[in-house]
Design a protein around this ligand. Structure first.
Ligand code: MTE
Ligand code: MO
Length: 574
């Protein structure tokens, strides 16, 4: 690195901000092994600032590679069955320049809703032609049609959105329009009676099944089940706030505590479907699941695909569902049919499912083999290899506080009302929720009557009036114990990883406690009210005297003075 090639004027932030780590993406790497390294070099700006990108096109001629595959399937381009087409798409995408991802970790996060737009993802779709250029706008229309107006849109396209905290646990079963959404591409719209499922790979009798086949109860027993879907990115903002990790706006969208939802799904067991297709030739492998949406990754273009172990399917823990909370599956949740992989990371519950394929190993599809990996903390950009990450399947035990909010001022009378959720993957369930008002030193158990009912594969919502005598800044912490006595690490750092997945550490909320049970606090609050003065923001100094000089002097008369007045023998003064 040559610090002298940059001028001070080229910086965007004042030096004192850079010195304190604000907008740290502007900092240049310090290579202490470089021959011209000096310890007091300038902190010149980095070469790859998001603002100073190379030229890229925004208009494209249709390269005539992508096309609609089937009548009644809009927005679906088949890639996986056509390796030559995939190769052509790769070559074409590699020949184009696209903007870099936005910086939202080492710089300020935008205060807009949608927070991030997904400019690159829109341009990738625009460039690829066929039905894809129209998909970003069409998908956004579906968001507006199917989702609650108060959703927090973390990313407009591919759409990633979660409900605000006040609505996450308002109901034990999440209403369809408030269930979080995580998409890797556009939303295909598939007509129910044109849909079928292709079952192929290492099954004895490959078959195509229609929705009517799946609904035929003489072929498949129907199953209805309450199930929680949790994205492994849930609560990622806590990891981001601590240390930056990989910053792709789609892959690592800045989720808060709402990327989790619970619904009652109706469908059939994938095991029964595979049995109907003659069973497996190889019973030790994985079952690959394909979605009709198009996913872009490192210039490759593909259908969304993941895989789950056969053992999971065999346990009847993978459903093919067409109903969510008693209604046909919404378009945005994967209509007509999605997979539901109970107790696993949400990424395996493939939406717009159109193909199931039996393999003798986990799929190479990047969502399975290169993403959703849990790395050791010393693995990062400089040394990451996919084999070193744990493939995230079963979700660990976790919990979160939905109320109060971080940095909120709470006026109470010795107990603070708290609400939230607790969840454990793999078929385990929350047995106990514990709250601490002192940063995680002493814990109160939420009484069982304040917890929603127990299910395998579903969360429990809870509420509790947490005893709190102390005033000033406190830290409320929650932890969940599941039925296997698993619990959560106390600090975010214990769970921090480069991919920013599975924030399983205890959720902490800093609250400014004002305890009205104390006489002095109560009278002071009354005085604020009498004077019509606002108590918040607490950072604003109080405008009126908090003690009269009369009271002040009276106090000193009654108590010992500020200074000790003991006589010291001094001969010179005598
Ligand atoms: N076809 C397809 N299926 C998908 C995805 C996707 O992008 N495409 N996203 C997955 C991820 S990462 C999650 S967390 C869940 C979210 O399900 P939801 O959007 O219905 O809440 O869907 C999964 N299934
Ligand atoms: Mo996810």
């Amino acid at each position: 690195m040559h610090t002298d090639t940059f001028t001070r004027e080229a910086k965007h932030s004042p030096e004192w901000m850079l010195e304190q780590g604000w907008n740290a993406y502007e900092l240049m790497v310090v290579d202490q092994t470089a021959p011209n390294y000096t310890p007091d070099g300038e902190i010149a700006p980095a070469e790859h600032q998001p603002e100073s990108t190379k030229e890229y096109a925004t208009e494209f001629e249709d390269p005539k590679i992508a096309e609609e595959e089937r009548e009644g399937w809009h927005g679906y381009v088949e890639w996986e069955y056509y390796p030559e087409k995939k190769a052509k798409a790769f070559e074409y995408m590699s020949s184009k320049s696209f903007p870099p991802p936005p910086e939202f970790q080492l710089g300020p996060i935008p205060g807009t809703n949608p927070v991030l737009e997904g400019v690159r993802w829109k341009l990738w779709h625009k460039a690829m032609g066929g039905p894809l250029p129209a998909v970003p706008d069409e998908s956004w229309d579906i968001v507006l049609e199917e989702k609650h107006p108060d959703m927090l849109h973390l990313l407009q396209f591919p759409y990633n959105g979660e409900p605000p905290k006040r609505l996450v646990t308002a109901k034990e079963i999440t209403p369809n329009n408030l269930h979080f959404i995580r998409n890797h591409g556009g939303i295909p719209t598939i007509e129910e009676d044109k849909w079928d499922l292709n079952v192929d790979g290492l099954v004895r009798e490959p078959k195509k099944l229609t929705l009517a086949d799946l609904k035929n109860e003489s072929l498949f027993p129907r199953i209805t089940k309450a199930c929680t879907i949790q994205c492994s990115g849930t609560r990622r903002v806590e990891q981001i706030a601590l240390y930056a990790g990989e910053g792709d706006e789609m892959i690592n969208a800045p989720w808060a505590e709402g990327a989790i939802g619970t619904a009652v799904y109706t469908g059939v067991s994938l095991k029964h479907v595979i049995k109907h297709c003659g069973g497996l030739i190889n019973k030790t492998g994985h079952i690959e699941l394909f979605g009709a949406d198009t996913y872009f990754k490192q210039n490759e273009v593909m259908n969304y695909a993941v895989s789950v172990p056969w053992s999971k399917v065999k346990a009847n823990e993978v459903l093919l569902c067409w109903e969510m909370n008693g209604k046909p599956l919404p378009k945005i949740h994967g209509a007509p049919v999605r997979a539901l992989v109970m107790g696993y990371i949400g990424a395996r519950s493939v939406k717009w499912l159109y193909r199931v394929s039996a393999l003798d190993r986990p799929t190479h599809a990047p969502v399975q083999s290169k993403e959703y990996l849990y790395f050791n903390q010393q693995v990062g950009k400089h040394n990451q290899r996919p084999v070193e990450g744990i493939q995230i399947q079963e979700m660990p035990v976790s919990s979160a506080i939905m109320s109060p909010l971080n940095k909120q001022v709470i006026i109470h009378e010795g107990a603070i009302d708290c609400r939230g959720w607790g969840y454990s993957g793999g078929g385990r369930w929350p047995e106990r929720i514990e709250l601490s008002a002192d940063g995680g030193f002493s814990w109160y158990a939420v009484p069982v009557e304040n917890l929603s009912s127990k299910h395998r594969f579903a969360w429990r919502t809870w509420h509790y009036s947490l005893p709190c005598e102390v005033e000033g800044w406190i830290e409320i912490v929650v932890r969940c114990w599941d039925n296997s006595l698993n619990t959560q690490p106390l600090e975010v750092r214990s769970a921090w990883n480069w991919g920013l997945h599975v924030t399983s550490s205890c959720h902490r909320v800093k609250v400014y406690s004002v305890n009205k049970k104390r006489e002095a606090t109560r009278t002071r609050l009354q005085e604020f009210e009498k004077r019509g003065e606002l108590f918040t923001p607490i950072t604003k100094p109080t405008e009126f005297p908090t003690m009269s000089w009369e009271d002040y002097d009276a106090w000193w008369k009654k108590n010992e003075p500020r200074d000790v007045q003991e006589d010291v023998y001094d001969s010179d003064f005598e």
